[in-house]
Design a binder for this molecule. Structure first.
Ligand code: FES
Length: 163
């Protein structure tokens, strides 16, 4: 039996995948995350509105600069009536994300410089190695084990440890 032809306003998952360069499995994932949506035909097949292509382009562009899906969803949720991001939306959101990107680049440059001092060393000294004990934060707490109190994601101490 021939598969139903989508109306001109709708695309099959295969068509969206082909035109966006995103795998069908990724489309299903985006849908589960609430980033895109589809309707089901009477044969339980997905159909996407054409604007889904723009939503997928928005998601992909955002992901390429390292924006997590949860943040992308949060940004999309701020748009009125769940509309697809327009040119001015992308302009505004990308401006805010540019600042995040600058911050991450700064962190990476700092880490690269710290790693450079480790190359050919291997000491992992708690006194001198900036990577094994960033800014000697643990030393400020005095003797004893404090590793579990460190917020490893940011390499900074929790506020409650600052005394
Ligand atoms: S390993 Fe020696 S300074 Fe990092």
């Amino acid at each position: 039996m021939k598969p139903p032809t989508p109306t001109s306003a709708e695309l099959t998952p295969g068509q969206v995948a082909q035109r966006s360069g995103v795998a069908v499995s990724a489309l299903h994932f985006y849908e589960r995350q609430g980033l895109i949506n589809s309707r089901r035909t009477s044969g339980n097949q997905r159909r996407y509105k054409r604007e889904t292509l723009r939503r997928v382009a928005f998601i992909r562009a955002s992901q390429r600069v390292g924006i997590p899906l949860a943040e992308i969803k949060r940004a999309m949720d701020t748009l009125p009536d769940g509309r697809t991001p327009r040119r001015d939306d992308w302009e505004q959101l990308s401006l805010g994300w540019r600042a995040d990107l600058d911050r991450r680049i700064e962190q990476l440059v700092r880490l690269r410089d710290e790693l450079t001092t480790c190359i050919g060393c291997g000491c992992l000294s708690l006194d001198t190695c900036a990577l094994s004990n960033p800014k000697d934060e643990l030393g400020k707490l005095g003797p004893g084990a404090h590793g579990l109190d460190v917020d490893e994601a940011s390499y900074t101490l929790k506020e409650s440890d600052r005394g």
